[in-house]
Design a protein around this ligand. Structure first.
Ligand code: PLP
Length: 360
């Protein structure tokens, strides 16, 4: 019996995909072994990675002048790897809108010269910065943003205006594939897999070709995007099982009707949770401004934090898991990624309403 898993990550995956992976685990497509046991250089696995890439390109509408890399590691590793690859002796701009972009900014300082283009920290990360609050360096090597702040529940629905020629670099770890995105507006997009894509250990990079070949000379070759691009993400052994599973997810999303259909479902799910908060008369609160509330991560607090423990106990009794908020913000957090069903969201909303009716 599967629970409703609201964990921020690693997170819920579609049951149908897990069932397919289970069915293929011992004997992948009649070849007598698991996908995990086969050479990454053989034609079977080469087919898997090529198909995964083609499906991702199709889903996201990735233009042909972008490379798609399937790398080992997580988004945190990319916080260092991006300046290694893109700074090229210049300075980069960072927009800080929550814990993750702040970490990215701090980590980049270890590699080279970076500057803060703007931050919403004084307002406790409850909005995206207005254009007037951002000052970009027109000479910046790139401008880094996090388009969905997983901990603070802040999502960018409009991109900041960066000076012409400054490529936008986006950490999309927790909302990639949740809606259509115009890839051509970015120089580089990256996302760790364990929120909307698959198992942890895989990170996807989508990079415009003209940004390759700029790595600092000290960059290790496994961390150099251009070396990885030249070798089709297989300079060394890639995270083969993660790539296989990501490929199954991409096919699953295509079968659902692609990202426009996925977005429609996500809007409906998010609306249910935010409506439950808004209609609770202050029993539940979400501090984020209306226009930038994340459709993927919904943090909320109880008016009386002494009830937090009871709420979590009742949630567990209803098989709702992973709702405890991040320690830095407290309260609760419902992560409602693509794979969270409407049924799961409905069960959460029923608990919220029922609990409030009894305890208010
Ligand atoms: C989860 C997350 C990360 C960190 O991912 P790791 O795989 O743990 O390095 C970075 N950025 C965002 C937006 C995230 O949600």
């Amino acid at each position: 019996m599967r629970i409703f898993n609201f964990s921020a990550g690693p997170a819920v995956l579609p049951t149908a995909v897990l069932e397919q992976a289970r069915d293929e685990l011992l004997d992948w497509h009649g070849c007598g072994m698991s996908i995990m046991e086969m050479s990454h250089r053989g034609k079977d696995f080469t087919g898997v990675i090529e198909e995964a890439q083609a499906d991702l390109r199709d889903l996201m509408g990735i233009p042909s002048n972008y490379k798609v890399l399937f790398l080992q590691g997580g988004a945190t590793q990319l916080f260092a790897q991006i300046p290694m690859n893109l700074l090229a002796g210049r300075s980069a701009d960072y927009v800080v809108t929550g814990s993750w972009s702040k970490k990215a900014y701090k980590e980049a300082q270890r590699i080279g010269s970076v500057r803060l283009a703007g931050t919403t920290e004084s307002g406790k990360f409850t909005c995206v910065p207005a254009a007037a609050e951002l000052q970009f360096d027109p000479q910046a090597a790139y401008a880094h943003i996090c388009t969905n702040e997983t901990i603070h529940g802040v999502e960018m629905f409009e991109l900041p205006e960066v000076p012409a020629g400054v490529p936008l670099v986006a950490d999309m770890s927790s909302h990639i594939l949740s809606r259509p995105m115009d890839v051509s507006r970015y120089g580089l997009i990256y996302a760790g897999a364990q929120k909307n894509i698959g198992p942890a250990g895989l990170v996807i990079v989508i990079v415009r070709e003209d940004l390759l070949g700029r790595a600092l000379p000290s960059t290790p070759s496994v961390m150099d995007f251009s070396v990885m691009a030249e070798h089709g993400s297989m300079l060394n052994t890639p995270p083969t099982f993660g790539i296989y599973l990501a490929g199954l997810i991409f096919k699953h999303l295509k079968a659902q009707g692609g990202l426009a259909a996925v977005e429609t479902a996500n809007i409906a799910k998010a609306r249910l949770v935010y409506d439950a908060i808004e209609s609770s008369g202050g029993f539940y609160r979400n501090p984020v401004e209306q226009g930038c509330r994340s459709r993927m991560n919904v943090p909320f607090t109880l008016e009386n934090p002494a009830l937090d423990g009871d709420f979590l106990v009742e949630a567990a009794a209803r098989r709702l898991a992973g709702l405890k908020g991040h320690k830095s913000v407290g309260g609760m957090r419902a992560s409602i990624y693509n794979a969270m069903s409407l049924e799961g969201v409905t069960a959460l909303v029923e608990l919220m309403q029922d609990f409030a009716a009894r305890k208010a």
